[in-house]
Write a protein that binds this ligand. Structure first.
Ligand code: GSH
Length: 250
């Protein structure tokens, strides 16, 4: 059975869960804790980031590489358009999402969330092993410092991330004026809108509990925007329920 090493709360991991569920592939999710993931992941792959998919002797790291791998090994249904020009367009959109939305949204969210210890611990222990909460009671300050360093989080970078994210969302609003899908007239990997799930998916009540004030306020301002409705719509219509056969914790 395929194994997916992941952080349950990670939007890059949600992208791969979605691809697996869309294709109806059974898998086991191995949920790790930030900080404690470093050792197991460095044994599997060159970098420490997740998602990492393990299929027998093959380990694939990086959400885009995993989707390409799954399209090769489980082509029905394909997520990459067959037409080479459209395939390139879909990959370009995916890269844009990964770099201009996934990275900037995370940096901005973490800048506002990490100072709040209990909110952060709640987020990082989502569906994680039982010992996560007592362990973070002790090691959280170290993990927080490491994350701020790893993602280069400070007031200046958060401001820049917010600006870049704003520009990317404006571009999406503009493009979505006259399209249902980002590429052609079919759902493709370009429309796996998981990277916007932290912003768009929680209900108002969940968002209020989950987000720091600045993020909650921004989210409320965005609720009427085309991109926001598009993400919700695509989720409603194309996101199958999670099919992880076993949810293991390590
Ligand atoms: N480009 C990568 C980004 C993945 C990524 O940034 N993962 C983060 C969680 S959101 C991570 O594992 N960070 C911990 C680390 O890099 O050690 C992908 O698309 O999979």
């Amino acid at each position: 059975m395929i194994k997916l090493y992941q952080f349950a709360f990670s939007h890059y991991c949600e992208k791969v869960r979605w691809a697996l569920d869309f294709k109806g592939i059974p898998y086991t999710a191995i949920n790790l804790l930030p900080g404690l993931h470093l050792k197991p992941i460095s044994k599997l792959a060159p970098k420490t980031c997740m998602p990492v998919l393990v299929d027998g002797k093959t380990a694939v790291q990086d959400s885009a590489a995993i989707i390409t791998y799954l399209d090769r090994t489980h082509p029905d249904p394909l997520l990459t358009p067959r037409d080479p020009r459209k395939a390139k367009e879909a990959l370009d959109w995916e890269k844009y999402f990964d770099e201009e939305i996934g990275v900037t949204l995370r940096l901005w969210l973490y800048y506002h969330t990490l100072p709040d210890r209990s909110r952060s611990i709640k987020l990082f222990t989502t569906d994680a092993p039982w010992y996560g909460t007592p362990l973070y009671a002790v090691i959280f300050p170290k993990v927080r410092d490491a994350m701020m360093q790893m993602y280069n989080i400070n007031a200046e970078t958060a401001k820049d991330a917010q600006r870049r994210l704003g520009a990317a969302l404006d571009k999406l609003d503009d493009v979505l004026k006259d399209r249902r899908f980002l590429v052609g007239d079919r759902f493709s990997r370009a429309d796996l809108t998981a990277l916007l799930s932290p912003m768009c998916l929680p209900t108002d009540k969940e968002a209020e509990a989950l987000f720091p004030e600045a993020v909650f306020a921004a989210r409320n301002q965005h609720k009427g925007r085309p991109y926001f409705g598009w993400v919700r719509n695509i989720y409603d219509n194309y996101r199958q329920p999670m099919a992880a056969a076993v949810k293991a914790a390590a």
